[in-house]
Design a protein around this ligand. Structure first.
Ligand SMILES: [Zn+2]
Length: 485
């Protein structure tokens, strides 16, 4: 419970929150629909408040003076009047310090709306916004710089906000000017051409018309991210790339598409608050593999088989990712740490990536893409946060109807032949039925109609509203209309 309402049998049926951001501050207009089975004279509510200041509170009768902010909580009593079942509370508040982090001019903002588990919640933020991640169960979209989310219960959302950035098709790029515009155009045009691989392989697609990418110089990337990766997806919708990766178009594209896969996955695995990333990384590595194949880039085998090729007067050898003996050992020892694997542990990093990719290749090889799509689409509907890695793994494997044991066999030769088979597995990109991970009824979800509530309440007594009240309502209605454009 995030709210406390009085009387006890009253409840909050719906919350609409509109956030207007102006650089360092934001104004939130929050409408709270109150309902009581039995008609009552007033409602009293207590809710968490993280804003800096209340600008105004009103209900269908007029301004409310009777409120207080104490210990991070807002206490409000609606205007007392004739008994009624419904009331609409409007809160206007100022928020500062929404910024969590910033990379170049791409700012990552954080916002929460408290709500009871069964309260319908609509959230809009007016940008320019370029990406987001929200609590599980919320469906969202980013279109034309506006973020829209709908779901039930408390909302926590993180999103990318910026007035800067260079637009290349569906990408908005933040960089410090050290890469030529022509080069960036070439890379992101090509990324656009390869984009179709993502929704068709994963079976899902975020409902957004833009993807944010920040390119950090290597020293900045190493100090702020880590010194082993080439790119990373930051929760909230931002892809960070290491500048040196962008030098070669061919080496940049598999990395960009790998990180974009994480952006897609973030929507499907919003409920995964554990550290387990084997499925997320396995899918991203698989995308990277398919992109490389499409571009004719040589990729290392998994666990077995060196690759040799000649270029000019030199013979090059590409060693496999992951050591076969480690995999054999893993199964022989009946290990299961991959169920909670993440890339942080440097000793298990290479093995973990190779194992995760082997899992995804094995899964698709045996089950086809459709079964993966079915699982990914059902992941989108998960509403319960999971904090424990093994619990996440259990749930994910249940949906996938498999176990986390690619190429496990009693005999070494059988393992070898399974791995060899998967190393030569290069499927065609399927033509999938893609589920767009957004609010499906975007056009149908209207903002709350204040006149409906007003009409019901004034029936009882308040037929002659004063001019001030009328003006307020007209203004509120206009503001609501503007949001729908
Ligand atoms: Zn990754």
């Amino acid at each position: 419970m995030f709210f406390f309402t009085l009387p006890a049998y009253s409840k909050i049926t719906r919350i609409d929150c509109n956030l207007n951001i102006k650089d360092q501050e934001a104004i939130a207009s929050i409408s709270i629909n109150l309902y009581s089975e039995t008609p009552i004279n007033y409602f009293s509510i207590e809710m968490p408040f993280q804003g800096n200041r209340i600008i105004k509170i009103s209900d269908s009768i007029g301004n409310i003076k009777n409120y207080e902010v104490r210990d991070g909580k807002l206490f409000v009593k609606t205007n007392s009047s004739a008994k009624r079942k419904e009331e609409l509370l409007k809160i206007e508040a100022q928020y500062k310090e929404l910024e969590k982090e910033a990379f170049l001019q791409a700012r990552i903002l954080d916002f929460s709306v408290a709500a009871e588990d069964n309260t319908e919640l609509y959230f809009r933020a007016h940008g320019p916004i370029h990406g987001f991640d929200a609590s599980p169960g919320f469906k969202g979209s980013v279109k034309g710089g506006e973020l829209f989310l709908v779901g039930y219960g408390p909302l926590h959302v993180r999103f990318i906000y910026s007035h800067s950035g260079q637009r290349f098709g569906r990408f908005i790029v933040f960089e410090d000017g050290s890469i030529s515009n022509a080069h960036l155009t070439e890379i992101f045009n090509e990324a656009e051409n390869l984009y179709f691989i993502l929704p068709n392989v994963l079976g899902i697609e975020p409902d957004q018309d833009i993807y944010a990418i920040a390119i950090l110089c290597d020293s900045n990337y190493n100090s702020r991210v880590n010194n082993y990766s080439r790119g990373i997806y930051v929760n909230g919708g931002l892809i960070l790339l290491k500048e040196s990766v962008l030098r070669e178009k061919k080496s940049a594209l598999p990395v960009i598409l790998h990180e974009l896969a994480h952006c897609f996955n973030a929507k499907a695995f919003a409920w995964n608050s554990s550290k387990a990333v084997w499925l997320d990384e396995g899918l991203a590595k698989f995308i990277e593999y398919l992109v490389s194949k499409n571009l004719g880039i040589k990729v290392p085998n998994l666990f077995l088989g060196e690759k040799k090729y000649i270029e000019g007067r030199y013979v090059y050898t590409i060693f496999p990712s992951g050591d076969f003996n480690d995999l054999y050992q893993y199964y022989n020892d009946e290990s299961s740490y991959m169920a909670e694997w993440n890339a942080e542990n440097s000793e298990k990093r290479t093995f973990g990536y190779a194992f995760s990719e082997l899992f995804v290749r094995d899964y698709i090889f045996r089950n086809g893409f459709e079964k993966l799509h079915y699982a990914m689409q059902s992941f989108l509907n998960e509403k319960e946060n999971i904090y424990d890695s093994r619990e996440f793994t259990k749930k994910a494997l249940e949906k996938l109807e498999t176990s986390l044991e690619p190429c496990k066999a009693t005999k070494k030769e059988m393992m070898v032949s399974c791995i060899n088979e998967l190393n030569s597995f290069a499927p065609e990109i399927p033509k999938a039925k893609i589920v767009v991970a957004g609010p499906k009824q975007l056009q149908k979800t209207d903002d709350f109609d204040i006149f409906v509530v007003r009409a019901k309440n004034i029936k009882a007594k308040f037929r002659d509203l004063n001019d001030k009240m009328q003006k307020f309502l007209e203004f509120a209605f206009k503001a609501t209309e503007a949001h729908l454009q």
